[in-house]
Write a protein of this length. Structure first.
Length: 252
């Protein structure tokens, strides 16, 4: 009998399939790290395996007090390692580099990725479970219909590998959608950009009107002369990450 409740408002779907848990942890163990942050441990499906990894410093971020109490009661070695707050409000949890893992709450999964981007100098790897649609969006290449803001801004900093699908019945309660696990590996050499601020502004402006040609969607950001370039005949989803990076140098 479980002694915790599921909170819909927190987007809680707990992983219960042990084979999937082991598969995720197996992917994690291929990576080299000494510090690990788990996001949203919930009832500890992954946590119980993560606590067994030798010679690492482990921390977890969990907003739900009931789950914090449940974890401390059932996995005593987790005491003192849980940060009881929202991942979106959390300060950087380690001084050195750390890897992030989690069955991310689906209602804030994109925001969690942007939070990780703020920490990117210290986060070489991420293994995360997402709604499949979001996982595919992060991994999508130029020209695909699910390629967008998230794809470009993550792929500018990280190489994305789609690891595997996870069916609804692997969870309690089963979500209405398929899930997917992806791995991010920080890129050591990305394309040069004029500034991060310009890249974010360009990508967001281009995709806000994705059905228009780039010339119409981003005309406020470039001079009339620059807009004559053939690249502006294309639509946002036809441009690669490298194309966007190069365009930052031509912006007003």
């Amino acid at each position: 009998m479980q002694d915790y409740t599921l909170k819909k408002s927190l987007g809680q779907h707990f992983l219960k399939d042990e084979d999937i848990c082991k598969k995720i942890v197996e992917a994690l163990r291929q990576l080299h790290f000494t510090q690990l942050l788990e996001v949203g441990p919930g009832a500890g499906a992954l946590t119980k395996y993560l606590l067994q990894i030798p010679d690492i410093e482990f921390k977890a971020v969990e907003l739900d007090k009931e789950k914090v109490d449940f974890l401390e009661k059932n996995y005593p070695s987790v005491k003192g390692k849980i940060i009881h707050e929202s991942i979106l409000e959390t300060d950087i949890p380690f001084e050195n580099e750390f890897t992030v893992i989690g069955n991310f709450p689906y209602n804030i999964s994109s925001q969690i990725l942007f939070k990780i981007l703020e920490w990117k100098p210290q986060v070489p790897y991420v293994i995360g479970m997402f709604q499949k649609e979001v996982a595919q969006r992060v991994a999508a290449n130029a020209g695909k219909k699910d390629y967008g803001i998230l794809s470009i801004l993550i792929q500018y900093y990280y190489d994305v590998k789609y690891l595997f699908d996870v069916p609804p019945e692997a969870f309690n309660p089963p979500p209405k959608v398929m899930s997917g696990v992806i791995q991010l590996t920080r890129r050591e050499n990305s394309y040069e950009i004029k500034s991060e601020k310009k890249l974010f502004l360009l990508v967001k402006t281009a995709f806000n009107q994705r059905r228009k040609t780039l010339r119409n969607a981003v005309k406020s950001l470039f001079s009339k002369e620059q807009l004559q370039d053939d690249i502006f005949d294309k639509r946002a989803e036809q441009l690669s990450v490298e194309n966007f990076a190069k365009l930052t140098f031509k912006m007003n």
